[in-house]
Design a binder for this molecule. Structure first.
Ligand code: ADP
Ligand code: MG
Length: 729
């Protein structure tokens, strides 16, 4: 066995679970201890400063300099009580993950003495030299400055000895360079649009909040094995590896008992989350071996997204302590399930109504129905934008690939809710009903509450499923920033609701009553959006054909999917709702395409290196042993006996030769394809070339390597195998 693999397995054999002790037996004693929440603000801030913050959060009023100084001073004092020495503006550039640059509180005072200072100016705004963050051509180097500015709606928190202040990140010229800025805009847009629609029903509704409950899937792998797999270290996924004799076919991992080392990791992760006020609640095994899931209680989208970003960071750090590496990649292993990040999404009014929750009386049911139908229409019209929002190199191995949801968008409503919608259309057509009867809904809508109580036929194969009181967008990738999907969904919903409202208004201007107008437009939308509704098996081949017949798109080609960010419909949503301006949208497209190109480029290089430096030499040296064996046989036996005994070995030698030759040739061709692509000036052409001419080699080279893995002596195979990566605890 190669030394690397041997030592990794040896190290692993000696692992013990770490002991994890919570700060207190009572969760509520330490929950939120590291967050500058309202309770702490009240304690540490003068009354007027406290009011300035809450007004900023609730009404968006700006915080003046004097107040900012008071807030910063209070925040610093609180942070110092936790031993904090540094602070950072914490932001979400367009890379995977978050960015922070830590500055000490240390400063020279007036008389040259060292003092600890944290002023309002430093709290509110900073100018990190951020020229090396992706910006899609927005920033020239001579304008390399970017601004980070405090997002008051997400509370400051402490990690280790650093005070972290959630911020947006924008260019010197004002364009957004992060995920948070457009997310806040999209949330604002959906708030405005949804509130206007709500007011058709209830004038008391003044605001609508979007909620997000994410479910984070991930794999754990022992750190020693991880370090012995350069592909995992450098690309986050295995670029080779024959499937294990056993993987998930027995389905014995899902909800199975969690191994003690993993439990210890999860326990510590939960404690750290709770200290940071992240309400994580459920943990369990997922379908694939060594795959797990973590989910919190839902929160408003902006906060929930910050929390998800933070959790992904925490996971990586805490996993290391427990000698694990955490894999957030969408498809770390071929042949077993990949990891997604379900985005549970709902809209809720300031009067406490969940707009996706079927109400108790017909009037609120009508409100529910209005939002439900608008979601159908939103997804139907914006399939391509939604797909663009979750398209990435990693996710392309999950969506539309073998054992995963397809890249086709569809909505699952459940049989009964579907039937109700169909009823509405039918009864409205056949109708003798007077207007009152229609709107007080003798149309089966009154049945909703009882029906939904037993809507347990939850279709797990649907990319966009109604699950009783929310929609669950399941196509998002595990490593993604939820903001990608949340920007698209909330902006598209805002756009759809605005159109809906405009159509209703128009009918009303023509003299149609409000109820009748709403009803008519809903009916039209139910009919128009019918193709997006699908209750069957989303993983089946039949659905692909059916979807094509219905005119739904199915785009597995990543750059092509991304290009839909700038198609007409997406522009009318993203630019029309003022989430991005033209420059920002184009720059975002450029960043996403470049990210794709670079990821495939790195994978291709790593695979090339491993193939030529690890796999080919191993195969050749095994082949030499076989050749030696043949020579021995020839010396020992008569020619006839030799012929008979050597046939299988000759065949194996031939097979290995064939594969080695193929690998070498394909690596050369892949390198050539890279060169050609790299020379293209245009980032779009480059991304398309990487998808079409480089990426296919990853699979075909891998196929030869995976066969060699089964042919070559296990003793000399250089890399940890799937059975080791997936089944060791
Ligand atoms: P499942 O795996 O069955 O989908 P989980 O319990 O793992 O369910 O996750 C459900 C997620 O949905 C949780 O994050 C939960 O907080 C969230 N959720 C529940 N209700 C809502 C809602 N009304 N709006 C948004 N998210 C919700
Ligand atoms: Mg779910």
């Amino acid at each position: 066995m190669s030394k690397m693999r041997f030592f990794a397995l040896q190290e692993l054999a000696g692992r013990k679970p770490l002991e994890v002790i919570p700060p207190s037996n009572k969760l509520s004693d330490y929950y939120g201890s590291h967050v500058f929440d309202r309770k702490k603000m009240q304690e540490y801030l003068p009354r007027e400063a406290y009011r300035a913050v809450t007004d900023a959060i609730e009404k968006g009023t700006p915080i003046n300099r004097e107040m900012a100084d008071l807030i910063a001073a209070g925040m610093k004092n609180w942070a110092k009580s936790l031993g904090v020495t540094h602070y950072t503006h914490w932001f979400q550039p367009l890379t995977d993950g978050t960015a922070e640059k830590h500055d000490g509180f240390i400063e020279f005072g007036e008389d040259g003495d060292v003092i600890e200072r944290f002023s309002g100016k430093l709290l509110v705004q900073q100018e990190p030299d951020a020229s090396s963050f992706p910006n899609g051509g927005i920033r020239n180097t001579f304008e390399a400055r970017g601004y980070t500015a405090w997002d008051v709606s997400s509370p400051a928190f402490v990690v280790d000895t650093t005070l972290c202040i959630p911020t947006i990140f924008i260019a010197y010229t004002g364009e957004a360079l992060d995920y948070k800025t457009p997310l806040l805009k999209a949330l604002n847009a959906v708030d405005k649009a949804a509130t206007e629609v709500c007011q058709l029903f209830d004038k008391n509704i003044k605001r609508v909040y979007a909620n997000l409950g994410w479910e984070q899937e991930y794999f754990l792998v022992d750190l020693a094995l991880y370090n012995a797999r350069p592909d995992l270290c450098l690309t986050g996924r295995t670029l080779m590896g024959h499937s294990s004799a056993k993987d998930q076919q027995l389905e014995d991992h899902y909800f199975g008992s969690i191994p003690p080392r993993v439990t210890a990791f999860m326990k510590e992760l939960e404690i750290e989350c709770h200290k940071l006020g992240i309400p994580v609640k459920t943990r369990h095994n997922e379908v694939a071996p060594n795959q797990f899931e973590l989910a919190p209680i839902f929160e408003n989208v902006n906060l929930a997204n910050d929390h998800n970003q933070l959790v992904m960071d925490l996971m990586k750090r805490i996993a290391r302590k427990h000698n694990f590496a955490v894999l957030l990649h969408e498809k770390p292993y071929n042949g077993v399930n990949g990891s997604g990040k379900h985005n549970n999404w709902s809209l809720c009014t300031d009067t406490g109504i969940n707009l996706f929750g079927p109400g108790k009386n017909p009037k609120t049911n009508m409100l529910f129905l209005t939002f439900l139908v608008n979601v159908l229409m939103m997804v139907y019209k914006n399939q391509d934008l939604l797909r663009a929002s979750i398209a990435s190199a990693g996710n392309s191995y999950r969506l539309g690939a073998n054992e995963a949801p397809p890249a086709i968008l569809s909505i699952f409503l459940g049989r009964q809710l579907s039937a109700i919608l169909d009823d509405i259309v039918q009864q409205a057509n056949s109708t003798q009903l007077d207007e009152k009867e229609r709107t007080t809904l003798k149309l089966g809508i009154g049945r909703i509450p009882e029906i939904l109580l037993d809507t347990t036929d939850r279709n797990r194969t649907s990319p966009f499923a109604f699950t009783g009181n929310r929609f669950e967008f399941r196509a998002a990738g595990s490593s993604a920033n939820c903001a990608g999907a949340m920007i698209a969904i909330n902006a598209a919903m805002a756009n759809q609701l605005n159109e809906f409202k405009a159509s209703v208004d128009k009918l009303m201007e023509e003299g149609v009553s409000k109820e009748e107008a709403i009803f008519r437009i809903l009916k039209e939308n139910i009919i128009a959006s019918a193709p997006i509704r699908f209750e069957g098996d989303g993983y089946s081949e039949a659905w692909k054909q059916e979807a094509a017949r219905r005119g739904l798109t199915n785009i597995c080609h990543v750059p092509e999917a991304l290009m839909h960010y700038v198609d007409n419909q997406s522009k009318s949503v993203l630019i029309g709702e003022r989430i991005f301006n033209e420059t920002e949208l184009n720059s975002r497209l450029e960043v996403e395409l470049e990210k794709f190109t670079m990821k495939v480029q790195i994978e291709s290089r790593v695979l090339g290196d491993l193939a030529i430096n690890h796999i080919v030499p191993t195969a050749v040296s095994y082949q030499n042993r076989l050749l030696e064996n043949l020579r021995g046989l020839r010396e020992t036996f008569t020619p006839e006996e030799y012929e008979e005994l050597s046939a299988d070995r000759k065949e194996l030698i031939r097979e290995i030769s064939h594969r080695v030759t193929a690998i070498k040739m394909q690596v050369r061709q892949m390198t050539e394809a890279r060169k050609v692509a790299n020379h293209m000036d245009n980032y779009k052409d480059r991304a398309f070339a990487y998808e079409e001419t480089v990426k296919p080699f990853l699979a075909s080279i891998r196929d030869h390597i995976d066969h060699l893995e089964m042919e070559v002596d296990d003793e000399i195979w250089p890399l940890p195998k799937y059975r080791e990566l997936l089944f060791t605890k």
